[in-house]
Design a protein around this ligand. Structure first.
Ligand code: SF4
Length: 290
């Protein structure tokens, strides 16, 4: 099986079989993202996807516990693609525990609760979604393609369908100008979406992106490390999901944090305060990744 590179996956899918069902991202407009800029979006032919499943099943079927469907937003696929893929995974991987994928709010809103429930029943149990910000001005500036209300409705449909959500927010996305609004709005959106998993990534502005051009022209300014930590502090302090597993274990972050929100809020805030006052070392810049 050959992948069309580059291929990305969340940190928690490190041991999953990565099944490339789509190439690139059907949206591909977010101003900070260069993940799939080199790729023209397409859905791979169903027989090619199924051939990858069968080939992997023949060699490794007994060992596969998790499948992550790539690339950028495979939930965009219609059910006539998804259902045979899920069926092939169930048949080929007898110990399969979960199938997950990246999704945008648009992908979810293009499906009914009935369709989402069908996907859940056939095995798609976890969606990674990146609202990045709960501040609508920031969302518009980064061309996320969906606002606060869209994300709340997308989450509602997933909950109604029984699909678990992992929501990702992007520290720094509002720049210095919207830093506090971005952090507080993101906390509000995390509360409203009430995901099972909640993570923060830290924005790295890449030169060949629209955001990189804005930075070059001085029209976007990224908060310094203390400002970024302050955003995380605001987020953790204000977010009120029912029982979310919170992590900042992505390579882009300066300070790895984990715990449950709201249960561990005070402990996590105390850790951030210790980092802000220099009592806990931060990850050196050269150890950060995208
Ligand atoms: S939806 Fe995701 S993959 Fe697509 S452009 Fe935005 S951040 Fe990148």
């Amino acid at each position: 099986m050959r992948y069309v590179e580059p291929v990305f996956r969340p940190p928690s899918e490190a041991h999953s079989f990565i099944l490339q069902a789509t190439i690139g991202c059907s949206w591909n407009h977010c101003t900070y993202c260069d993940m799939y800029r080199s790729k023209q979006f397409s859905v791979r032919p169903l027989d090619a996807i199924l051939a990858d499943v069968h080939e992997t099943a023949a060699g490794w079927g007994e060992h596969i516990r998790k499948v992550f469907v790539a690339d950028g937003d495979p939930l965009v696929m219609e059910l006539d693609h998804w259902l045979p893929i899920l069926e092939a995974c169930r048949e080929g991987f007898p110990h399969l525990r979960r199938v997950s994928t990246y999704a945008t709010a648009r992908n979810i809103l293009d499906k009914t609760v009935t369709e989402l429930r069908r996907l859940r029943e056939e095995g798609l149990s976890l969606l990674y979604i990146g609202p990045e910000s709960g501040d609508d001005i920031t969302s518009k500036r980064i061309a996320k393609g969906a606002d606060f209300a869209d994300h709340v409705e997308a989450a509602r449909r997933c909950h109604a369908a029984g699909i678990t959500l992992s929501a990702i927010f992007l520290t720094g996305a509002g720049g210095i100008e919207r830093s506090r609004e971005h952090a507080a709005g993101s906390a509000r959106l995390a509360t409203a979406m009430n995901p099972r998993y909640l993570s923060l990534l830290t924005l790295t502005v890449l030169p060949d992106t629209p955001m990189g051009k804005l930075l070059e022209r001085g029209r976007f300014r990224l908060p310094d490390v203390a400002g970024l930590l302050e955003e995380i502090r605001i987020f953790v302090d204000k977010a009120r999901p029912e029982a979310a597993i919170f992590r900042t274990n992505h390579a882009s972050n300066y300070l790895p944090l984990e715990g449950r929100l709201p249960r561990d809020r005070e402990r996590i805030v105390a850790t951030i305060d210790a980092a802000l006052s220099g009592r806990i070392p931060l990850k050196p810049e050269h150890h950060r990744g995208l």
